[in-house]
Design a protein around this ligand. Structure first.
Ligand code: FES
Ligand SMILES: [Fe+2]
Length: 345
């Protein structure tokens, strides 16, 4: 069956996608985000409540994301119309008398918002997925366990489609090349001992030993030591890695490449570190992860075309699959099933 990008975006509109780190959105902050080609205004009010709505002002289409919070209302920068945290128009300054009818017609087009794991999430459509279920966020207990150290990464914009980023995160044979300057120049690119399963929710999981890497890099000896790696993908684009080191320490990382357009995404990510972790301090781990992610960004941005084709093709997926590509290939196959609600796709 031939799939199209329209099918991909219409399904993703029914899923929760990150649009900001909560910490970057204090009360009174107004910002913008393009999610699935929908230009949004994101604003936090004094109560802590977050509004996500179409950014185009109902009056003349000015970008509300360039507005500000004034007296705890979102004010349009052009003619000063004001909106409350629910998107209701509260005032039209050019009128001598308030006009309830015009205000009612000026309600913003608002979207569902939730905050979890330190991210602000938006769902553009409240309708169920093709499998009949409403999309919910996966549970990652370590992210909410006060005994673990939890740190947010700065969101990173990729000039590449979201599936390029997912594939890169699942790629098992690029370390020795793309990360020679950080993770290790002498990493062994040969793949051994990977165990990949499809999970009951239609996602996928890989378990594999990860070899020790050798590098002259000064910092992360611990992070380059041999460990067990468990990658878990929740469709469509929520992907975690659990690293279990031989001394019992663990780290759990998540990547969520939130699609901006068909050829760009923003990677939201965070890191949970087990209690008493013996290694670089959390801030140093984040700094190191930024360098690694930036190397990955460079790889994703130079791939042609900018998004992985949704149907199998040479240079894409499903053809020329090497051992290090099997996990990414499993992702593409399971995504295809998820998009078509067809277990035989
Ligand atoms: S365009 Fe927003 S108030 Fe006129
Ligand atoms: Fe990488």
């Amino acid at each position: 069956m031939t799939l199209t990008e329209n099918v991909v975006f219409s399904s993703l509109r029914r899923t929760w996608q990150p649009v900001a780190n909560s910490a970057d959105l204090p009360p009174g902050r107004v910002t913008g985000y393009t999610l699935l080609e929908t230009a949004l205004v994101i604003a936090r009010f004094a109560s802590g409540r977050v509004l996500a709505a179409d950014t185009a002002c109902p009056h003349k289409g000015a970008r509300l994301s360039q507005g500000c919070i004034r007296d705890d209302e979102l004010m349009c920068p052009y003619h000063g119309w004001r909106f409350d945290a629910g998107g209701a128009c509260q005032s039209i300054p050019s009128l001598l008398e308030p006009n309830a009818e015009k205000q009612a017609l000026s309600h913003l087009n608002v979207y569902a918002v939730q905050e979890r794991y330190g991210f602000v999430w938006v769902k553009l459509e409240a309708t169920p997925l093709l499998n009949g279920q409403l999309h919910e966020l996966p549970a990652v207990p370590e992210f909410e366990d006060p005994r673990w150290t939890y740190r947010m990464g700065p969101p990173m914009a990729f000039a590449a489609g979201w599936r390029r980023e997912v594939e890169n995160y699942l790629d098992m044979s690029h370390f020795a090349f793309a990360h020679s300057g950080t993770l290790g120049a002498s990493a062994d690119p040969r793949i051994r001992g990977m165990d990949i399963k499809v999970t009951p929710d239609g996602g996928y999981q890989m378990d594999a030993p990860f070899p020790a890497l050798q590098s002259t890099h000064e910092l992360p000896g611990k992070l380059q030591s041999a460990h067990h790696r468990m990658q878990r993908g929740y469709l469509p684009n929520f992907t975690t890695v659990r690293q279990s080191f031989h001394d019992g320490d663990e780290r759990v990382l998540v990547h969520i490449p939130s699609p901006n357009t068909r050829e760009s995404c923003t990677c939201f990510w965070s890191l949970a570190i087990s209690p008493g972790f013996k290694g670089p301090p959390p801030e140093a781990q984040i700094e190191f992860a930024i360098k690694v992610l930036d190397e990955d960004r460079g790889m994703c941005e130079m791939q042609v075309p900018r998004e992985v084709p949704i149907n199998p093709v040479r240079g894409g997926w499903g053809v020329l699959v090497m051992p290090g590509d099997t996990l990414a290939n499993t992702f593409q196959k399971q995504l295809r099933r998820w998009l078509t609600a067809d277990t035989h796709a």
